[in-house]
Design a protein around this ligand. Structure first.
Ligand code: 3PG
Length: 207
């Protein structure tokens, strides 16, 4: 599936930093029950690859991808796991070329018009906008929509129940990413029903 199609599956992509392989599939099930089946597991914990393997094995309806992909070695490991997608916080042409060659749908981050020129050079038209609120929020996305009307974004960073609809109402936004639907404290307390409720609220436009 192309990255643009993948971003149309759910209005929110939970960004997850997970340590516990045993509970990760329960969390993934809770998110899928709320319609959030595209899951970004950040490569910020030693357990991240094992977590993704466990979710893939137990929750086949989840689209499991890696976030914080910073190196080509990580891309090799993502390929070995046959992941659904990969996300990088920024855009670095050599890394993006390796990612595109891997065949795994790829979502690099941009924050400026100059970044967008680099993306267009690589024929990328679907991008993460990161860090969304710090990099200018909805005003910046509207401004970038002038010269770059064909580009579609997944804003991530600083998004929550209070501001997600502002982003989702923009014509150049396909979905938003964020950790608020499954915060560290909700995960620690195994508050699966609340996590399902938060995911459902975004997908139903009821935040
Ligand atoms: C991240 O890289 O951690 C994501 O952008 C999530 O940001 P958030 O915690 O502000 O949602």
């Amino acid at each position: 599936m192309k990255i643009r199609e993948l971003l149309k599956i759910s209005r929110v992509i939970p960004v997850l930093e997970l340590d516990d392989v045993d509970t990760a599939p329960d969390l993934a099930e809770a998110l899928c029950a709320g319609g959030a089946s595209v899951l970004e597991i950040t490569l910020r914990t030693p357990a991240a690859f094992e977590v993704m393997e466990a979710i893939k094995a137990r929750v086949p309806q989840a689209h499991v991808g890696a976030g914080t992909v910073n190196t080509s070695d990580q891309i090799d490991r993502c390929k070995a796991l046959d992941l659904a997608f990969m996300v990088s916080p920024g855009l670095h042409a050599p890394l993006a070329e390796t990612a595109l060659k891997s065949g795994i749908p790829y979502l690099p981050g941009v924050a400026t018009a100059s970044d967008l020129l680099g993306a267009i050079d690589l024929r990328l038209d679907t991008l993460k906008f990161f860090p969304a609120t710090a990099a200018g929020g909805t005003n910046m996305l509207k401004a970038l929509g002038g010269p770059y009307g064909d580009i579609r974004f997944c804003p991530t960073g600083g998004i929550n129940s209070d501001n997600c609809e502002d982003f989702l109402s923009l014509s150049n936004v396909l979905c938003v990413g964020g950790s608020w639907v499954a915060s560290k404290s909700l995960i620690k307390n195994q508050s699966w029903d609340e996590i399902t409720r938060l995911a459902k609220a975004v997908n139903n436009g009821a935040t």
